[in-house]
Design a protein around this ligand. Structure first.
Ligand SMILES: Cc1ncc(COP(=O)(O)O)c(C=O)c1O
Length: 342
């Protein structure tokens, strides 16, 4: 059998989401997010996050991030992010493009996380240059991080407080937000709106949906028009938005999103435990969500590949690979991988 731990983007759509699409596929519905499903999103997400939320459904996480940052950052503004952030490394300059030249400032930090010291140092280094420098405008955190780690509510609160004290807005790239919520066992509001996050790219495609993501704006209704215009200009105001919105509603209904993430995290934890018990294989970072980064020999990884196990060898590192677990990963698949470690 071939087992795939390459990416949660490669997983199938959950049957509940397919059912939501089929249920929405009855008769006509007004186009361009004026349909009944899209009309329910603000209310449903306001309840979920215990605060006023504006929901802008889109089809990719890249565009959710780009629209979010461009909404609050002028062309002469800068956005601080971790040096491994998706916006920095994997979006082909989309934030700069939609932000008309805004600047991303990559900041160091261990295990994929920004910390207050590195952020302050990076930001304060440019202070005092006035119009000669970029205007610090936003902070973007990824939760869970690109290293499979998770910011605590306290860490997020501290970083957001610092950002707001310096007149910056705060954004969370939540491509794997569900996995972080489950990992922390917290309420979703505790690590977003209640911790000082202004905007969340709410990821759903990696955790069971099909091309369904959303930009969620907390308590800032005045940003809606800019964000909606940017969505149109990006080509993400889908005429048949009902199919995206119906998925988002079904995703959060009855904690389905958390159930799927719980399953994914549990598979990752089983594998991480096996790695920790292995004499020659190591975890590169604490495995706190659904991604496990493993340090081993290149020959070790080749031996897994020869057993039809797919995963991602980390670019530029012979000794590092990433294994991703998802809502659809079975116990059998995880056990097969563990057994193959030897
Ligand atoms: C951390 C992170 N942010 C955002 C995205 C969104 O990507 P996409 O535009 O492919 O939906 C991804 C996808 O891999 C990601 O890993």
């Amino acid at each position: 059998m071939t087992v795939n731990f390459s990416s949660d983007n490669e997983t199938p759509v959950a049957s509940a989401m397919m059912e939501a699409i089929v249920a929405a596929n009855q008769g006509t519905a007004t186009a361009y997010a004026e349909d009944a499903w899209s009309g329910r999103l603000d209310q449903a997400f306001s309840e979920l996050f215990r605060t006023e939320a504006i929901v802008i459904p889109v089809s990719t996480g890249t565009v959710a991030n780009a629209i979010a940052l461009a909404t609050v950052t002028p062309p002469w503004g800068s956005v601080y992010c971790h040096q491994s952030a998706h916006i920095q490394n994997d979006e082909s300059g989309a934030p700069e493009f939609f932000g008309n030249g805004l600047r991303l400032v990559p900041v160091a930090g261990s295990a994929g996380k920004l910390n207050l010291d590195s952020l302050a140092q990076s930001m304060l280094a440019t202070e005092g240059h006035g119009v000669h420098s970029y205007l610090p405008s936003a902070l973007s955190l990824t939760q869970s991080t690109e290293s499979g780690t998770v910011y605590t509510a306290d860490e997020i609160r501290g970083l957001c407080k610092f950002a707001h004290q310096h007149n910056m807005k705060t954004h969370m790239d939540g491509a794997r937000f569900a996995n972080a919520v489950v990992s922390l066992g917290c309420h979703p509001a505790e690590i977003t709106s209640e911790a000082g996050i202004d905007m969340l790219s709410f990821g759903a495609s990696k955790n069971g949906c099909m091309a369904a993501e959303a930009l969620v704006i907390f308590k800032q209704p005045q940003w809606r028009e800019t964000a909606e215009r940017l969505r149109k200009r990006s080509g993400h105001l889908l005429s048949k938005m009902r199919y995206i919105s119906a998925q988002l509603l079904a995703y959060i209904e009855n904690d389905r999103w958390l159930e799927m993430a719980t399953h994914a995290n549990r598979q990752a934890a089983m594998f991480a435990q096996a790695v920790q018990g292995h004499p020659h294989v190591n975890l590169e970072y604490p495995a706190q969500a659904n991604e496990v980064f493993v340090r081993w020999t290149s020959e070790g990884f080749t031996q897994l590949e020869s057993q039809d196990i797919e995963f991602q060898r980390w670019p530029g590192r012979d000794d590092l690979a990433r294994f991703v677990f998802a809502h659809s990963t079975t116990d059998e698949e995880t056990q097969y991988l563990i057994h193959a470690l030897g």
